[in-house]
Write a new protein. Structure first.
Length: 72
């Protein structure tokens, strides 16, 4: 499961990198994926939108059992 999550997050990284940000997988626990945002993403007013609308959507579209994504 974690390898699949990491693969999806690695697909998202270039988009965040192009805006000066980055994302890393921290852990998967009880259906929740925990991520860490860096760079421009860490202080961005839209980081929760990025987590919910981009990261969560991509994970749920590709992996069964993902309930939520939270910032670690």
């Amino acid at each position: 499961m974690e390898d699949n999550i990491k693969a999806i997050i690695n697909e998202i990284k270039p988009y965040l990198n192009s805006d000066g940000g980055d994302i890393d997988f921290e852990k998967f626990e009880d259906g929740i994926v925990y991520v860490k945002l860096y760079g421009a993403c860490s202080g961005c007013a839209y980081r929760n939108d990025t987590i919910k609308s981009v990261v969560l959507s991509m994970l749920q579209d590709n992996i069964d059992g993902i309930k939520d994504v939270k910032e670690a």
